[in-house]
Design a protein around this ligand. Structure first.
Ligand SMILES: NC(=O)c1ccc[n+]([C@@H]2O[C@H](COP(=O)([O-])OP(=O)(O)OC[C@H]3O[C@@H](n4cnc5c(N)ncnc54)[C@H](O)[C@@H]3O)[C@@H](O)[C@H]2O)c1
Length: 313
């Protein structure tokens, strides 16, 4: 018996799930994960360095099982190819039947933008004003788009000034005059490849929040260890963050331990405290979770878009 499975292109995913809806469902997924209702295994890396790597990310929740197979090939833009490509498979958790295929890059961008902005809103100061996104690539654009969808003005900065200007014009945001200006915002989101430390010793000021999105794999870092040590730390998942994320180096050297880092999902679930003072610097280390992808995939299915292409299997 053959089955017909709907296929969501990137445009289909974007049409089905708005950035504002993405924030809502990603928040719910963090809470469900913190409560043990949704589950996932840490992502598995299949490496082919220096070219790039493949990641397999499974999750279970909301009546579905998901597998995301996604790449990171940093040299691809120079070849005219995207850094991140892949596919999301969604199956019925009760029967195992395949329910949908979705473009992984658009699912990733939506949930990454949502997680970055959600962390900034929840962990930033209540009177936080200016927001900035550093790194205006695919996922930086998504973070800026999400800030705007939440009604907050945002400025962009990128080593590639043409790219920053182009994205700012497309979204109707502004370009920061310098990296220093972007880094001085109350709410900062960094989404660079993580090959260079953007936030050096002493760069942050009291009360700032930074969502560190770029360093999501081994050997990457966007912030100096000294800044990590003087901040209040949050992560999306300790297993992933301590091995392949921003925190990994400081964990290896013993400067940071498990007890120093709070799971962001526990804050959203009301099980742990977030920001504790106006002066605190809060840092959110995001490595990207399969449960976030599941949230977006389920939202796309729930939107019941018409006219999708199908794959006969
Ligand atoms: N945490 C997560 O959930 C998550 C999700 C998706 C991607 N990522 C990671 O985020 C990073 C960016 O991904 P992408 O898909 O947006 O890549 P991309 O190639 O589309 O964009 C990267 C951007 O960063 C800019 N850049 C490079 N070095 C910079 C620097 N020193 N300062 C400022 N800008 C700089 C580039 O010019 C480019 O515009 C990657 O490391 C990726 O693995 C993390």
């Amino acid at each position: 018996m053959s089955v017909s499975v709907p296929v969501f292109t990137g445009a289909d995913v974007e049409a089905a799930v708005s950035p504002a809806r993405a924030v809502e469902v990603v928040r719910n997924a963090f809470v469900a994960h913190a409560r043990g209702e949704w589950s996932m295994s840490p992502k598995v890396y299949v490496t082919n360095y220096p070219a790039g790597d493949f990641r397999a990310m499974p999750a279970l929740g909301g009546g579905y099982a998901l597998l995301k197979w996604i790449t990171s090939f940093p040299g691809n833009p120079a070849r005219g190819l995207p850094t991140v490509t892949g596919i999301v498979l969604v199956s019925d958790a009760e029967t195992g039947e395949l329910r949908a295929l979705l473009d992984a890059a658009s699912v990733t961008a939506l949930r990454t933008g949502a997680a970055a902005v959600l962390a900034a809103e929840v962990l930033g100061r209540a009177d936080a004003d200016k927001a900035a996104v550093i790194g205006a690539g695919v996922n930086g654009r998504a973070a800026a788009r999400t800030f705007l969808a939440r009604g907050r003005a945002v400025s962009l900065w990128d080593v590639d000034s043409v790219r920053a200007a182009h994205v700012a014009e497309e979204l109707g945001s502004s370009v920061a005059a310098s990296r220093e200006e972007a880094l001085a915002a109350d709410l900062v989101v960094t989404v660079t490849p993580g090959h260079e430390v953007l936030i050096g010793d002493g760069a942050l000021r009291p009360g700032q929040h930074v969502s560190l999105m770029g360093a999501d794999g081994p050997g990457k870092a966007e912030v100096a260890d000294a800044e990590l040590v003087r901040a209040r730390l949050f992560c999306d998942d300790w297993e992933q963050a301590s091995h392949g994320g921003e925190l990994a180096h400081a964990v290896e050297s013993g400067r940071i331990g498990r007890e120093d880092v709070v799971h962001f999902g526990r804050v959203l679930a009301g099980e742990a405290t977030g920001r504790e003072s106006e002066a605190e610097i809060t840092l959110f280390d995001s490595t990207g979770l399969a449960i976030q992808d599941l949230a977006i995939a389920v939202a796309a299915l729930d939107a019941e878009p018409q006219g999708l292409a199908t794959l006969a299997l």
